[in-house]
Design a protein around this ligand. Structure first.
Ligand code: NAP
Length: 353
């Protein structure tokens, strides 16, 4: 999924719509905006696709009765957006000025201006917050099972969490690893019911209920060797010998770059109305980055479509006003001048007679 550019447009260049983030929400916003005739660019700091591109199998996206691979679906979304002329700027938006008119996005390559902005920057994995976690990240501790699972083929690993991500990760890893511990701090999963029986049926998945990871230890090579878990009910500690620990304990919104430009909730998710409108006029938020009940690909693409439609609608009156000021007024003035000249000539002709 390349085809991205870094662009420092001229000072006068103003996009109709700037979309920040090229996950499912951002790519769909781009697609809908481009099809509505907008000059739209999608900004992405890494690779397009967002969390979807790191998802192994997606079984709940309509239209794929056998499921589909996340990366393949993300790639198709990108191609579809490209087909309708969405511009791709491979740039990290580090600051915004939503009070300016037009709005300003700052990236390491310069400033971009846009009449409307759709924030679709998604969310990132939450960390466990235990002391050894950071040092062992990339040395056994991972936040993406589909990215890193293959490194642990045939080995014993653990997944931490009880949501859909943890359940899907455990299923995926059970296919390639010798054994998978699923460590959850409660006595039942939060994940959708469909996962429960599938996991219970697997001989190489062991649930570690009511437990939290308290510490990690490394081998002489500096790689993860074991995770110590404590049973919250009995207080007992147990050492699990694992070479991989996949942390799937939820997400945090990617909203730091906004630096207070939009209203957010206590966890940092952007507050919007049902159409994605934020606290700043002309700025919408779509997908996992906004406060919402269900964070799924299907709700992200829906958000993207609604926001793009709203942003495109907002631009129409401005265009009409622009036309009225510039071209239409000039044409009207020309007509009036000709009319006055015509009337004056007639008047003079009448006087001469
Ligand atoms: P999530 O639903 O928020 O689940 C996070 C899990 O981690 C919860 O079980 C939570 O425990 C646990 N947890 C949180 N902090 C913890 C900590 N410090 N230590 C140990 N455990 C901790 O997050 P998610 O699974 O990443 O899912 C995020 C969103 O994406 C959800 O809306 C989900 O439905 C969606 N998603 C959907 C699919 C799919 O449908 N195929 C796949 C992946 C994700 P508690 O239960 O005690 O709160």
């Amino acid at each position: 999924m390349s085809d991205t550019v870094n662009a420092t447009p001229g000072a006068d260049a103003v996009l109709d719509i700037a979309v920040i983030g090229a996950g499912p929400a951002g790519l769909t916003a781009g697609l809908y905006a481009a099809r509505a005739g907008m000059d739209v660019a999608v900004f992405e700091r890494t690779a397009p696709g967002g969390q979807l591109a790191q998802t192994d199998q997606l079984e709940n996206y309509p239209g794929f009765p056998e499921g589909t691979e996340g990366f393949a679906l993300a790639y198709s979304m990108k191609q579809q957006a490209d087909r309708f002329g969405v511009k791709n700027f491979s740039e990290d938006v580090t600051a915004v000025d939503f009070a300016a008119d037009p709005k300003i996005l700052t990236t390491p390559f310069g400033e971009h201006r846009a009449r409307a902005v759709i924030v679709a920057t998604g969310a990132r994995p939450r960390k466990l917050g235990i002391p050894e976690e950071e040092a062992l990240a990339g040395r056994g501790v991972s936040y993406c099972a589909t990215c890193d699972g293959n490194f642990f083929r045939g080995k014993t690993v653990a997944v931490v969490g009880g949501g859909n991500t943890a359940a899907a990760d455990a299923l995926y890893l059970a296919r390639i690893c010798e054994k998978v511990y699923l460590i959850h701090r409660r006595d039942q999963l939060r994940a959708t019911a469909v996962y429960h029986q599938r996991l219970a049926d697997l001989h190489n998945v062991e649930f570690v209920w009511n437990s939290t990871v308290t510490s990690l230890s490394a081998n002489e090579m500096g790689a993860l060797a074991a995770a110590t878990v404590r049973d919250k009910v009995t207080g007992e500690e147990r050492v699990l010998e694992v070479s991989g620990l996949f942390v799937a304990v939820g997400t945090l919104p990617n909203t730091e770059f906004l630096q207070g430009a939009l209203d957010v909730d206590e966890a940092g998710y952007i507050l919007t109305d049902e159409n994605g409108a934020t606290s700043a006029a002309g700025v919408w938020a779509a997908g996992d980055v906004r406060r919402k009940a269900l964070r799924q690909v299907v709700t992200a693409v829906s958000d993207g479509a609604v926001c793009a439609e709203q942003a495109a609608e907002q631009k129409m009156p401005a265009d009409l006003f622009f036309l009225l000021n510039e071209e239409t007024l000039r044409a009207v003035a020309q007509c009036l001048t000709e009319l006055f000249v015509f009337l004056f000539q007639d008047h003079e002709a009448v006087k001469v007679q």
